[in-house]
Ligand binder design. Structure first.
Ligand code: SF4
Length: 232
């Protein structure tokens, strides 16, 4: 990492949101993208969103990427009893908290100067909740939370433009199985019906159908590969 810039661990929900934030912050920070999203409904979708991050190297910005292990039970436990409350509810608050806490913890253990999340790019996310959680974690872990609202100053619009330019996959639901069911229900004016498979079952399904690698144990670090990809 360079001497001049502060090191930033940037929680990423997906490549489209990350694109505009990466571009905005690259002049002032050495950025590591931290993809921790156990909320995503299937391992296939988890990997699809993760793999899109490699396309950001077309921005000509140097960055590292860390893909955390997919353990959907972490999300299940965090939202237990809140599953049917709908998008924008306490379920989402707990989902934000889970992902931000893990990011702050990782940043603190690994010597980063600050952390943030790309979640505020989306107009569907409650930025005041993100900042409340981030500031609490800042105190708890003693690491600076960057409390920007990245949708402002045209951030959301820029994420749309970059998604188009870089041909990024843009998902049409937030991530969890409930948000997908809610989307389908909205389209059909029905009551949402969501079911969950266990993480073990889904990881097995992924290996069987896609021959992809889901790591267990310590996080898989794609830092070296990403650094090579992003160097110009
Ligand atoms: S709708 Fe999105 S933010 Fe809310 S719980 Fe589901 S994945 Fe998390």
């Amino acid at each position: 990492m360079s001497e001049k810039k502060s090191s930033l661990l940037m929680h990423s929900c997906c490549a489209p949101c990350s694109s505009a934030v990466l571009e905005r912050l690259a002049d002032n920070f050495d950025i590591t993208i931290y993809y921790y999203n156990p909320n995503i409904d299937t391992p296939l979708e988890f990997m699809r969103r993760a793999e899109e991050l490699s396309k950001l190297d077309k921005l000509g910005i140097k960055y590292d990427v860390i893909i955390e292990e997919y353990i959907s039970s972490e999300y299940d436990e965090a939202v237990k009893g809140l599953e049917n409350l709908g998008e924008g509810s306490q379920r989402c608050y707990e989902c934000y908290k889970l992902r931000l806490r893990k990011t702050a913890e990782f940043a603190s253990k690994n010597g980063y100067k600050c952390f943030t999340t790309t979640l505020s790019v989306s107009p569907y996310k409650k930025v005041e909740w993100l900042h409340d959680i981030g500031r609490e974690l800042e105190k708890e872990f003693g690491i600076k939370y960057l409390d920007e609202d990245f949708k402002k100053q045209g951030g959301y619009q820029r994420s749309l433009e970059l998604s188009k330019d870089l041909k990024l996959y843009r998902q049409n639901y937030c991530g969890c199985v409930y948000s997908k069911a809610e989307l389908i229900a909205r389209r059909h004016c029905e009551k949402p019906k969501a079911t969950k498979q266990s993480s073990t079952d889904m990881n097995h399904e992924l290996r069987r159908t896609n021959n992809a690698s889901i790591t267990s144990g310590s996080p898989r670090c794609a830092r070296d590969d990403a650094t090579k990809r992003s160097k110009r």
